[in-house]
Structures are given as structure tokens and as C-alpha cells.
Design a protein around this ligand. Structure first.
Ligand code: PRE
Length: 307
């Protein structure tokens, strides 16, 4: 049987596509999907081996479409992450001048990162947020498009024969987007020593210190967090769950113990995978939280019980 291809949030020329090209890929050509949910649905349906989607940006924060789909859809797990610097250009059809730009189109996260530049340089331009940055470039390339300009990556503008009239228009020249490769649940790759574990935590009931109790499960085992954000549970106003990235791997004793503690005290823990960190940063293992320390403590308890 031939190996299934990977899929990605497309079309060709998105930042997600560029991030995908940094990974080792199956022989079959990767398949673009028009939205994050359609990419993840193709993974669930077994049409692709894995899908790459954006999850957070250093300027704009979490990508809700990804966070919510992973949390509420049928189970999927993250197996890898990719960090990609993102830089935005304003691309027009050849012959259009910057001063003639009246209508701009781009992806909502790109729009959020370029709002300051647009307000300064094109204060009268109307901004439409839709699709992806590469889909915006494809739209502007149509001769009868109602849009004059797309905010997109250089590769997307050039792919569609457009001309750049402004470069580096994002708020922060050092902006980075993090992408995750998502698969159906299966055996988890062993720890590398520089890993992350992603999960969503649902509180049992709201009370003073409820979030603190969840966080204590990590703190008491020496597990550092790299991301925590609240997302609405979509049930009622003020009802939130917590999307968390913790340092370490489910096979690390301190992470496993924290997960068991969370399972005991919360309404639900959605496990979204343990995978290697893209930056290769190894956690600082505090005294008494190594695998050896946990093993030694378990042996000690066993000896007490038997004596
Ligand atoms: O539209 C694209 O090119 C994407 O890959 C999506 C996306 C995002 O969702 O954040 C990726 C990186 C940039 O921050 C802007 C847009």
C-alpha cells in the first residue's frame, strides 16, 4: 500500500505551506485544504497521514480555529511542531500603484499583524479578512477581482505574478508563527529530552482557586508551562477551559504524575500529544522530579508496604 500524503492549510504559498516544506515529507505530493477544519477533517477521515495547521503567532496569539477543532472534534494528536518567521508584503496586480489601493484582502491573523501599517499608509482602504494569505494573492491575481491588493508572503505574491508595493509591513519584524503536524491517535514517539505535551483542561466546577488547583498539579511536580490560554467552552458566557503546553513528555514521570493528578481533579483532560520541541530547548529538571527520583520513591513506598 502506498504511503498517504500530508495535507496543509493552503493553497500553495501560505505560510503553512512554507512551514510544511521544512519537514521530511512522504513521497506523495502534499494536499492543500482551504481551511483549518477541512485539513483536520481530512486527517480524521484517513485521507491524509497528517495535516499541518497554524496554532499560535508571537504577535497575535492563538489560532482559535485550530485550538477549538483539536479540543472539540474527534480525537487527534500533535506529533511535531514547526516555527517559521513570518514577514508580510503588500502585493498588487502589475500596473497598480500603492496610492490606488482601495480594497485589501488577507487572512485574519495577517490582517491583525499589519493593521498599524494599513492605518498609517492606507487609512482609507477597506480591509477584508478571509481564507488564507495565499488565497488572497490568488484572488487579487484575477483580472476582474474587486480587490486591489493582498497581504501575503513573498512566495505567494510571486507565484501569482503580482508586484510588491510594500515589504515588511507587519508590526513586528521578528514575528514567528508556530505550526503543528496533527495525526490520528497512535503510538507516541519516545521522548527526545526536549519535548512538549499539549492538553486542554476542563474544570469540574467554578470556585475560588480552581485554576490554581490545576496549576498546582504542574508546579508540585516541577513541570514548566510554555503556553496557557483560556478558551470558551461554548456552553455559556463565563465558562472557560484552558489550553496548555507543558514542558516534557508523557513518558517523563513528572509529566505523567501531573496528568494523573489533573485527571483526578478536573472534569476532563483532552490529551493532544507529546512531541519534540522545534527549538530543542531541554527543560530544567528540578531536584526530586527526575524519572530516577520518582522510581526511587515508588521503590521506597513498596518497601514500606512490604515491611
Ligand atoms: O494564511 C496563511 O498563509 C497561513 O498559513 C495562516 C497564518 C495564521 O493562521 O496565522 C499563518 C501565519 C501568519 O501568521 C498568518 C496567517
Amino acid at each position: 500500500m502506498s504511503e498517504l500524503p500530508y495535507g496543509y492549510f493552503g493553497p500553495e504559498g501560505t505560510f503553512t505551506h512554507q512551514a510544511l516544506l521544512t519537514l521530511p515529507l512522504p513521497a506523495a505530493a502534499p494536499i492543500p485544504y482551504p481551511t483549518v477544519p477541512s485539513t483536520l477533517e481530512a486527517v480524521r477521515e484517513g485521507k491524509i497521514a497528517a495535516g499541518l495547521v497554524p496554532i499560535e503567532n508571537s504577535v497575535e496569539g492563538g489560532v482559535s480555529a485550530t485550538l477549538d477543532n483539536l479540543c472539540y472534534g474527534d480525537p487527534l494528536v500533535i506529533t511535531r511542531e514547526v516555527l517559521l518567521p513570518v514577514s508580510f508584503d503588500l502585493f498588487v496586480r502589475p500596473g497598480t500603484a500603492l496610492a490606488d489601493v482601495r480594497r485589501v484582502i488577507t487572512h485574519p491573523h495577517a490582517a491583525a499583524q499589519c493593521r498599524g501599517w494599513l492605518a498609517r499608509e492606507l487609512p482609507l482602504a477597506e480591509l477584508t479578512e478571509d481564507g488564507s494569505t495565499a488565497a488572497a494573492a490568488a484572488e487579487v491575481a484575477r483580472p476582474d477581482s474587486p480587490y486591489d491588493a493582498a497581504i501575503c508572503a513573498r512566495v505567494a505574491g510571486e507565484l501569482h505574478g503580482l508586484t510588491s508595493v510594500a515589504t515588511g509591513i507587519g508590526e513586528n519584524p521578528d514575528a514567528v508563527t508556530r505550526f503543528v503536524l496533527v495525526s490520528r491517535p497512535g503510538p507516541i514517539a519516545p521522548p527526545t529530552g526536549a519535548d512538549k505535551t499539549t492538553m486542554v483542561l476542563f474544570m469540574r466546577h467554578d470556585h475560588p482557586g480552581a485554576l490554581l488547583e490545576l496549576l498546582e498539579q504542574f508546579a508540585s511536580r516541577g513541570v514548566n508551562l510554555c503556553r496557557i490560554e483560556s478558551r470558551p467552552t461554548k456552553k455559556s458566557i463565563g465558562d472557560y477551559c484552558f489550553s496548555v503546553d507543558a514542558e516534557g513528555h508523557i513518558d517523563d514521570a513528572r509529566v505523567a504524575e501531573a496528568l494523573m493528578g489533573l485527571h483526578r481533579i478536573s472534569a476532563r483532560v483532552v490529551f493532544l500529544g507529546s512531541y519534540p520541541r522545534a527549538d530543542g530547548v531541554q527543560p530544567v529538571v528540578r531536584g526530586g522530579t527526575s524519572n530516577d527520583a520518582y522510581r526511587e520513591a515508588a521503590d521506597w513506598l513498596e518497601r514500606l508496604r512490604r515491611s
